[in-house]
Write a protein that binds this ligand. Structure first.
Ligand code: NAD
Ligand code: DAU
Length: 382
């Protein structure tokens, strides 16, 4: 890897922790600086296995703090930025849109401006530098579901090569689609994407943007569908299915996303956008049934016992019907493909949450926030 000093923002969160782990282990000659504010979604226990590595540094900071970002970039002579820090949960954005605008839009702008000021002060300026912004498929809006029973997808990847193997419409999100965000979350991500592209077009900042579909896997905060439902099934608590459970999401194993980020950071073209996904569409209700039967089997309960936990609740406001990514550009240009079949990934994920009940219990009890307080502030508030 060309860049020797890299900031990863949001590295204590779900996807960020997988990216930090991959980079710290794969690039021992590079310094990986994890910048995270440690909001409710940040958990340093996600990185326990690498926190003592000599090429890793954690900095507790808010990306909205321009001065802190600029002085850190100067101190560490930062050459690359992989920007994942964000408010990421749609339901929270519906209740509190301001926090999303602040972190996702102003925070991204603050990082962009700090990178611009620092890199422009160097003799070589932008040469060898990279500002890589991680975005979401939700900025494209929602696709219609034209095939409620599902059809053969136009393209199969390892992720979608299992028995389910369905697409729920003819249309997919391609990189050239216009943005049509519906939730305050996706509107704030769209705003941040626009700023990133504007910094390339106006100042020549070397930017890349990727838009990924729904991730699943270990260390996801249990407000999101998959970890929340695994934990609720384990405790025999109700499973709140929004609306009729007919909404479709396109699921990708988190380590496959981290591998794509590594590839694109190193080999992606400046100013390009790449969509990341596995042509792996599922209706929520079908995933929920897979989760129930997998948890039941692994806990030794008769399979299907916990289907009675399914509880249909009021739909999410503005609930996007279908997301489906067309990731053929990334496959064609950089040779990326998912490595894990969805059914195998779900089995692995359910096992991980059941085998790591301490992690889950620490999060649900709030104990996890003491972990970093003790580590960095001797038990104080931090
Ligand atoms: P997450 O909520 O699990 O983690 C976000 C991290 O950002 C946390 O560690 C949090 O402490 C940190 N953070 C929040 N505000 C901050 C601030 N002001 N300053 C510094 N750090 C701050 O999120 P995630 O699911 O891992 O998503 C990571 C990124 O990937 C986000 O940008 C999200 O939009 C994008 N994304 C997520 C998915 C998905 O399915 N989870 C899919 C596509 C794209
Ligand atoms: O598509 C990428 C996006 O995926 C990311 O940008 C977001 O950060 C990430 O949170 C995710 O957004 P979703 O809203 O799709 O994920 P969530 O896990 O919240 O919900 C998945 C689906 O399940 C969605 O259709 C809503 C539904 N759902 C969710 C929860 C939490 C329920 O039916 N019940 C629930 O309790």
């Amino acid at each position: 890897m060309l860049q020797k000093s890299i900031i990863v923002t949001g590295g204590a969160g779900f996807i960020g922790s997988h990216v930090v782990r991959l980079f710290v282990n794969k690039y021992p000659q590079s310094r990986i600086i994890n910048v995270d504010k440690l909001t409710y979604a940040g958990n340093l226990a996600n990185l326990k296995d690498i926190e003592d590595k000599p090429n890793y540094r954690f900095v507790k900071a808010d990306i909205c703090d321009f001065d802190a970002m600029l002085s850190l970039m100067r101190e560490e002579k930062v050459e690359g930025i992989i920007h994942l820090a964000a408010e990421s949960h749609v339901d929270r954005s519906i209740k509190d849109p301001f926090t999303f605008a602040r972190t996702n839009v102003i925070g991204t702008l603050s990082l962009l401006q700090a990178a611009k000021v620092f890199w422009e002060s160097l003799p070589e300026k932008y040469e060898g530098k990279r500002f890589y912004h991680i975005s979401t498929d939700e900025v494209y809006g929602a696709l219609e579901m034209t095939e409620p029973q599902g059809i053969e997808p136009p393209f199969t990847t390892k992720a979608s090569s299992g028995a389910h193997h369905l697409a729920y419409g003819e249309k997919f999100f391609t990189e050239d689609l216009k943005y049509q965000p519906h939730s305050p979350y996706s509107a704030s991500k769209a705003g941040s994407d626009h700023f990133v592209r504007a910094f390339h077009d106006t100042y020549g900042l070397p930017t890349i943007v990727t838009n990924c579909s729904n991730n699943y896997g270990p260390y996801q905060f249990p407000e999101k569908l998959i970890p929340l439902f695994i934990n609720n099934i384990r405790h025999r608590k109700p499973l709140p299915v929004y609306g009729k459970g007919e909404n479709v999401r396109d699921w990708l194993y988190v380590e496959d996303h981290a591998r794509a980020i590594d590839l694109i950071f190193n080999e992606g073209k400046i100013a390009e956008t790449y969509n990341i996904g596995g042509f792996n569409e599922w209706k929520n209700i079908d995933i929920i049934k897979v989760l129930v039967s997998t948890v039941d089997r692994l806990l030794g309960r008769p399979e299907g016992t916990d289907l009675d936990l399914i509880t249909y609740v009021t739909d999410r406001a503005g609930h996007d019907l279908r997301y489906a990514i067309d990731s053929r550009k990334l496959q064609r240009e950089l040779g990326w493909e998912p490595s894990l079949q969805f059914e195998e990934g779900i089995e692995k994920t359910v096992r991980w949450y059941l085998e790591n009940q301490d992690w889950m219990d620490n999060v649900t009890s709030g104990e996890y926030q003491k972990y970093y307080a003790e580590m960095y502030y001797g038990g104080g508030a931090g």
